[in-house]
Design a binder for this molecule. Structure first.
Ligand SMILES: [Zn+2]
Ligand SMILES: [Zn+2]
Length: 346
């Protein structure tokens, strides 16, 4: 057993405190990872604050994990001590259902095991990456290509795959017009990845505050959704819209921007229902869809794609003592574009 240093919260309104957690003894296929960096995802805030239902506290969030292998179980074949590796939003699944067999473990019919706030096959609560070590079965560990620094690799494990997967599934590429709604942690990755895939990318953001960044990340145009003429001008334009916003939007206005057969994919998860008018879909055979992270194989593809195209998230590295402040800034949308905790400061 390894005792890991961690940062935990004890309740919805509590601050982070120092904690120690036990990581399990290595089973035959387990890997012990010394965590170097952990990204702060908006989901961490929602879970820590209890927004998405009851949570067993104390809770150690973190599902954007990058580190180094320091020990392996006797039957591990995919990784060895010293390898640079990552862990994303899930650490296990049944492995037997048709979705798991298809490499879509995130949609496991028995439910995947989330990296934190879940329960593993031993009946123990899972605790995430705001900690010095984690033990994960090798099938849920990703290899991080040498050219991606570990601090920048961390956010790829959630923000990267959450945007890569729908862009890949709905075939963003040359000749396709893609709009990205929202320019936060997810949105900025969607812009970079869609551009690298060869699509023509437009950002739809509330204001033009981040326009320069958006264009630098690869967008060819950038519009403010606070201006009504944006919707008039862009009506019927896009083959694919990736909505990264987790607040309630007038989804019908966004659907009106799709071309014939166009698809709007929600990756943001607003707490309130979105009201869809059937007539926003019917006349142009449009689709309204959702997508959740990606499978393990696809996550590896995404990491390799980012290395090949020299793409990485734009990050701000913080110390373990700055997590509370970072959470406040995430809520105020005051981050460019992802906070990453330097775990060595724990
Ligand atoms: Zn996340
Ligand atoms: Zn399954």
């Amino acid at each position: 057993m390894v005792t890991a240093k961690a940062r935990a919260v004890d309740g919805p309104d509590k601050s982070f405190r120092e904690a120690e957690i036990e990581r399990r003894e290595l089973d035959k296929h387990d890997i012990l990872i010394e965590i170097k960096f952990a990204g702060i995802c908006h989901s961490d805030l929602h879970t820590a604050h209890g927004d998405w239902g009851e949570v067993n506290y104390p809770l150690v969030p973190g599902h954007e994990i990058a580190g180094i292998v320091t020990d392996v179980g006797e039957n591990v074949s995919k990784y060895k001590v010293g390898d640079r590796v990552g862990v994303g939003c899930m650490v296990d699944s049944c492995g037997e259902c048709e979705n798991c067999k298809a490499g879509e473990e995130q949609y496991c019919l028995k439910g995947n095991v989330p990296t934190y706030a879940g329960v593993d096959k031993y009946g123990e609560p899972t605790q995430g990456g705001y900690s010095t070590h984690i033990v994960v079965v090798e099938d849920f560990v990703l290899g991080i290509p040498d050219s991606i620094p570990l601090d920048k690799a961390a956010p790829l494990l959630c923000a990267g795959i959450t945007t890569f997967s729908p862009l890949n599934h709905w075939e963003a590429g040359p000749g396709k017009k893609v709009a990205v709604v929202g320019m936060g942690g997810l949105g900025h990755m969607a812009v970079k990845i869609a551009h690298a895939m060869g699509a023509e990318v437009t950002v739809l953001s509330q204001t033009l505050n981040k326009k320069e960044d958006g264009l630098a990340f690869g967008a060819s145009s950038y519009y403010a959704t606070s201006e009504d003429e944006t919707f008039e001008k862009l009506a019927g334009t896009f083959d694919l819209i990736i909505n990264t916003v987790s607040a309630k939007l007038d989804i019908n206005a966004y659907l009106s921007l799709l071309t014939l057969n166009g698809t709007l994919v929600n990756v943001g998860a607003p707490a309130e229902p979105l009201e869809v008018n059937a007539f926003s879909l019917i006349p142009h055979r449009r689709s309204f869809a959702g997508s959740m992270i990606g499978g393990i194989r696809e996550t590896q593809e995404m990491l390799d794609f980012c290395a090949e195209h020299d793409i990485a998230p734009s990050i701000e590295v913080i110390s373990a003592d700055e997590i509370d402040e970072a959470y406040k800034r995430v809520m105020d949308s005051d981050v460019k574009y992802r906070f990453v905790i330097d775990i060595s400061t724990m």
